[in-house]
Design a protein around this ligand. Structure first.
Ligand SMILES: [Zn+2]
Length: 66
């Protein structure tokens, strides 16, 4: 199945990497700041911060599980 041209995950065979956005200090949207695998068993992620790329940092979830 074609997945909207998102890049295949480099860490698993099932997921694709989807771009996430964030908001900068001025409230302006920062697009494509992070990429996360869609496979919940994989959770490969890549973030761009201050021009540096951070790969596979621990995921901080919005909802804490216990
Ligand atoms: Zn993956």
């Amino acid at each position: 199945m074609d997945s909207n041209n998102f890049p295949d995950c480099m860490s698993c065979d099932d997921g694709v990497l989807v771009p996430l956005s964030d908001f900068g200090a001025q409230g302006a949207a920062v697009h494509y700041k992070a990429w996360v695998c869609t496979n919940p068993d994989c959770e490969f992620n890549l973030k761009i911060r201050n021009g540096e790329i951070h790969i596979n940092e621990p995921i901080i979830r919005g909802a804490r599980v216990r």
